[in-house]
Every structure is written in C-alpha cells, then in structure tokens.
Design a protein around this ligand. Structure first.
Ligand code: CMC
Length: 436
C-alpha cells in the first residue's frame, strides 16, 4: 500500500484528544483512511453497517468504477476479455495476475481438464437429496462435501494445497452443476468429455443423454463462456467477502467456497437473475408490454415491496458494463436459436426503455445490471430458471479462490472479526423462575 502525504484528523466535540489517521493511495479509485489504531487510541469503533464506506482489504484483482460503469480484471477491461479471451484464460488471469501465453494457456487448460471428473462416491452423496431440492441447496452441500473427498488439498496455509484445490474447484464445478441438474430431472449423469473445451463440456454434460449425443453449437458455447467470464469476479461483493471471512479462520478452501455459494443464493445477490426472469414471466402472464406501466407504479410504491429485479447495484451508478455485453449475447443467442421474436426479450427491452426514462430510476441512478439479460440468455440456452444461480456460482468460483488466496498470501492478514455498537440490556441478574 502506498502511504499518502495527506493525513486525516479526527477530532471530538467533547474535548477528547484528536487523532491523526494515515491515508493510503490506491493505483486507481478512492484513497482509504487507516483506522486500525482507532480503538487502541480512542476506545471507539467506527460504525458502517453494510460496509458502505469500508474497504475490508487491499486487493490487486478486480477494480470497479461504479460511476463510469467500468470493470477491470487485473487491469483489463471486461469488454476486451469478453470478446478476445475465453473463460479459462480469464481464470488464469484472475489466479496468476497475467494473461497466459500460448504455452501457458495449453498447460493450464490441460491441468484443469485433467480434474473434471468427481470422485464416484459424490453421486451417492448427491442421491441423498430430494429430487426437487433447489440446485443451490444441492450445490452448497456438494461443494462443502468436496473437503470430505479431497483430504490432500485442505490445508489453506500450504501453497500447494491451495493450488490444487483451486484447480479442482474450477474443474469440478461444471460437473457438479450438471449433476445437480440431471439429478433433478431424473436423467443419468453424463461424465465429462475432456476432448471438449471447458464450456462445450459443460453444455454436453447438461444436455447429452446416454441415448443421444449433444453437438455443441459455437454460438451457444460462446454465450455460456461469456456468462462465465462476466461473472468470474466482482471485487468485494457479499459472497466474496463471505469467502474471505470464512477462510480467514483457516478453514479449508472447499468449506470457504461453500460459504460463498450459500451467500450467493440470496435474491439481492446471485439469485437476482432467477428473480428477474420470474418477474418478466409474471408481467407477461398479466398482459405483457401493456402492463409495464402498472408494474412500474407498484415498483415506485414504497409500501409494495416490489423491486424491478435486474436493476440497481450497490456499486454501479451507471449502466453495468456486463449488462451491455449480456444484451449483445442475448441478441446473438436468440438469433441462433430462432427465438428472436421471444416475447420475454421484447418485454425486457420495453421495460428497460421505460425505466431508463423514468425519473424514479434516473434520479436514483438505477440502471440494468448483468442479471437483467442473463436470465433470458440462459433460458434460450435451455437452462432452467432454478439453475441460474448455480451457473453464477460455477463462474464466480475462480474469483472467490483468487480473492481467498490473495488474502492468505497477505502478510497483514488476520482473522476477520468485526465489532459492534451494543444497544441491548446492560448487565442484570437472573431472577428465580417464580419471580420473572
Ligand atoms: N427497484 C426499485 N427501486 C430500487 C431498486 C430496484 N431494483 N434498487 C434500488 N432501489 C431504490 C431503493 O428503494 C432506494 O430508494 P429510496 O432512496 O427512495 O429509499 C434507492 O433505490 C437506493 O437503493 P438501496 O437499496 O439503498 O441500494 P443498495 O445499494 O443497498 O441496493 C441492490 C443494491 C442491488 C440490492 C438493489 O438495487 C436491488 O435490490 N436490486 C434488485 C436486485 C438485483 O437486481 N440484484 C442484482 C445485483 S447485480 C448482481 C451481483 O453483482 O450480485
């Protein structure tokens, strides 16, 4: 971290001694005020629920400029990565800090590909779930269970264990997601086929059956690969912070990633694409484009609790750059699948247009986020709505691992342990039961 010449001074109106706080400069983005000595020197904590003004770590991985609508992985704009690289190159970049050259790309692809199969016992574990279990419930269980299957890579303090668990997680997530899907629909599991690319292999495990081969279509494979790239990392979001916090106790990488999967499930985070598509379907059922006005009215009514899903973001106060790329992919996929007249897509476009012109959304800087279009793309690919968040988890795994490994490698890393402002009862005595 680069110290700044500027110092912040904290003073108190009650005459308590003031305190000078150091500032650190990032390579881009806001500076931070270092409050680590605040409690020791003043006996006070800072208060920031939801971390609106708190940098929880320093990081070299992903940078977001929410006002500009800019997303960089290791300095590279998401637009360039999404159009010039594939997902495994992006994984290499996130994990190692640089894009691979041709030889490194081949070696890395080979390494990941060698680990696509999961221990055969995993399927017996999976079979313990109800067939109608939500895939995210299944994924939370399966990813957590990996630590019971791969004992030789569970020591988070050992760099080799971290490396091999990273490769295993990236390689096995598509297999696990496809298994969760097949289990839910009562079809046999399809083993990975290592002659295919990462994304083509995933599509085949999803859609082939023992009776019928699946021929991967280039446009569709490229679309799922782009979904993976766009979701690969996103700075210190809720699930990534969960992974860091969980991993900070020294737990094994599989357990930390399982915690990330659990956090991602929430509708305000990874569950939003599912919620966005369900919202579009609801509006469609109620009458489609003509009902948009009525729906927007409900969204604006504070008492209705209705949100325009796929709109708004904690960090982006501009068009989410991932949403632009996803919108483009949406056109390509609908064209390739002959669904270009898809009423849901038309509805989404109309809803987006109306919302972008409405003062409620404009004044709050609410723009479409990646989830607004990703549900339509995934639907067109044949992926059921209930699996959307699992696909997000598959893609985000590499980001979680890169962030976890960065934390473990940071000499300043400590177990995460926030404090609180206590507003409950002061100390009191337990009364005998008859007197309560
Ligand atoms: N529809 C209607 N109003 C909204 C929406 C929305 N989607 N999002 C925010 N607002 C309003 C909110 O009611 C508040 O209004 P007011 O100032 O009058 O009280 C104002 O905008 C600020 O919102 P906020 O809740 O303080 O913003 P936040 O940063 O805490 O929440 C968010 C961000 C993503 C949770 C929220 O925008 C939301 O719930 N969006 C819908 C769910 C969604 O699409 N989530 C996916 C996020 S992108 C995927 C990912 O990166 O995980």
């Amino acid at each position: 971290m680069t110290p700044s010449d500027v110092k912040a001074t904290l003073s108190f109106s009650d005459g308590s001694p003031s305190m000078e706080l150091p500032l650190y400069k990032g390579s881009i983005g806001p500076d931070v005020i270092d409050i680590r000595k605040l409690y020791a020197q003043t006996g006070k904590f800072t208060y920031d629920p939801g971390f609106l003004s708190t940098a929880s770590c320093n990081s070299t991985i992903t940078y977001i400029d929410g006002d500009k609508g800019e997303l960089l992985y290791r300095g590279y704009p998401i637009e360039q990565l999404a159009t010039q690289c594939d997902f495994l190159e992006t994984c290499y970049l996130l994990l190692k800090g640089e894009l691979p050259n041709a030889e490194q790309r081949t070696d890395f692809t080979k390494l990941v590909t060698n680990h696509t199969m999961v221990n055969e016992q995993m399927q017996f574990f999976l079979r313990g779930f109800r067939r109608d279990a939500h895939p995210m419930a299944v994924m939370t269980g399966l990813v957590g269970a990996l630590s019971a299957f791969y004992h030789d890579s569970t020591d988070i303090t050992n760099p080799q264990h971290r490396e091999i668990s990273a490769i295993r997680l990236i390689a096995k997530m598509p297999t696990l997601v496809a298994m969760a899907y097949k289990y839910g629909i009562g079809q046999p599991f399809i083993y990975p086929k290592n002659s295919l690319s990462y994304s083509a292999n995933f599509m085949r495990m999803m859609f082939a059956t023992p009776c019928e081969e699946y021929e991967p279509d280039d446009v569709l494979v490229r679309a799922i690969d782009r979904i993976f790239i766009l979701h690969a990392d996103h700075e210190q979001n809720a699930s990534t912070s969960t992974v860091r916090l969980c991993g900070s106790s020294g737990t094994n990488p599989f357990a930390a990633i399982a915690a990330g999967v659990a956090c991602l499930w929430g509708p305000a985070h990874g569950g939003a694409n599912e919620a966005a598509l369900n919202m579009l379907k609801d509006i469609q059922r109620q009458g489609g484009v003509e009902k948009i006005g009525e729906f927007i009215k409900q969204v604006k009514d504070k008492n209705s609790n209705v949100k325009l899903m796929g709109f708004g973001h904690r960090v982006y106060k501009n068009y989410d750059p991932r949403a632009k790329l996803m919108r483009e992919t949406c056109h390509e996929v609908l064209q390739a699948t002959g669904l270009h007249d898809d009423p849901l897509f038309k509805l989404a476009m109309a809803l987006e247009k109306i919302a972008l012109e409405d003062d409620y959304f404009v004044s709050r800087k609410l723009y479409p986020n990646v989830d607004f279009y990703s549900g339509i793309v995934q639907s067109a690919l044949g992926i059921p709505v209930s699996l959307f968040t699992a696909i997000f988890a598959l893609a985000r795994t590499v980001g979680w691992i890169a962030q976890l490994n960065e934390m473990i490698g940071d000499p300043e890393y400590k177990i995460g342990r926030p404090r609180q402002l206590f507003v409950g009862s002061v100390a009191r005595n337990v009364k005998p039961i008859g007197e309560r």
